[in-house]
Design a protein around this ligand. Structure first.
Ligand SMILES: [Zn+2]
Length: 275
């Protein structure tokens, strides 16, 4: 009996702690949202981020609050001699937070730090060659997303991707889509969906489109999405996210089921942003 009473007390205490922690976080966020969105930040976004310029004012307003919270909660670290500036922080936060708009159930909970290099950096790529053996090859990288809490980005690739919002290449959207995918601990191209009933349709449509892309890449046929999306399901979701935001009309026309599925997931319709 005593054990049951102690167990129940521990559960009640733990629940109360979680509740107060969440309440403190919500109160703090409410304070952060009250801070003004600086004119200098808006100028940076107008200059650097084409997708920001295109989106309607109500979404921009929502984005401003998400950016303020992102900048308050996530750490930026300059690597390779890069000094972190407001331009770097605000440009990256803006594009990352585009993936959160209209979806208040997530905020990149696993992410602690954004590490930024001035230009592509070298990392080791591991290829399985069978029998538990791997080859290691140094490769240049524009970005990476780690389940352990870091996103790594090359600033000149970030800036180039943000300035041109119509070429389907955007390293920030790509790496933060990986963060969403990795939120449940698995990089498998399946992020956390709103309810259980949606997983079947997600698997059916994204699985079908992934196989179609692989087939086209294998046969050297032209593809709307970057061929890198054919690497595996996780890369397919990240590349599909870039295409959804940057080539929405083409995706809606050529891959309507995929467009609708991503529209349903991101709760956004980027086709409507095109004037
Ligand atoms: Zn990737």
């Amino acid at each position: 009996m005593l054990i049951i009473i102690i167990s129940i007390s521990i559960i009640i205490l733990a629940s109360a702690l979680i509740y107060f922690k969440q309440k403190l976080k919500a109160n703090h966020r409410n304070k952060i949202i009250q801070n003004p969105f600086l004119d200098s930040w808006e100028k940076i976004l107008d200059k650097n981020v084409q997708l920001y310029r295109m989106m309607p004012d109500d979404l921009k307003k929502q984005l401003h609050n998400d950016i303020k919270i992102f900048l308050d909660e996530k750490t930026f670290e300059g690597c390779g001699g890069l000094e972190i500036t407001d331009e770097i922080r605000v440009t990256i936060a803006c594009e990352a937070c585009m993936l959160l708009l209209n979806r208040k159930n997530t905020d990149f909970p696993n992410l602690n730090s954004v590490l930024v290099y001035p230009r592509p950096y070298v990392g080791n790529s591991y290829s399985h060659v069978g029998g538990g053996q791997y080859t290691v090859k140094p490769t240049a990288r524009a970005g990476e997303s780690w389940t352990g809490g870091d996103v790594v980005l090359a600033w000149d690739c970030v800036k180039h991707g943000a300035i041109n919002g119509e070429d389907g290449q955007n390293v920030v959207l790509h790496e933060f889509a990986h963060q969403l995918d990795q939120e449940d601990g698995y990089a498998d191209g399946v992020p956390i969906l709103q309810d259980k009933s949606r997983y079947g349709k997600w698997a059916e449509i994204l699985g079908k489109e992934y196989n179609l892309l692989r087939d086209r890449v294998e046969h050297n046929k032209k593809t709307l999405m970057d061929a890198y999306g054919a690497t595996n399901p996780a890369e397919f979701f990240a590349v599909a996210t870039e295409t959804f935001f940057e080539k929405p009309s083409q995706m809606k026309r050529k891959e309507p089921e995929l467009y609708e599925e991503l529209k349903d997931y991101y709760k956004l319709d980027p086709v409507a942003w095109i004037k």
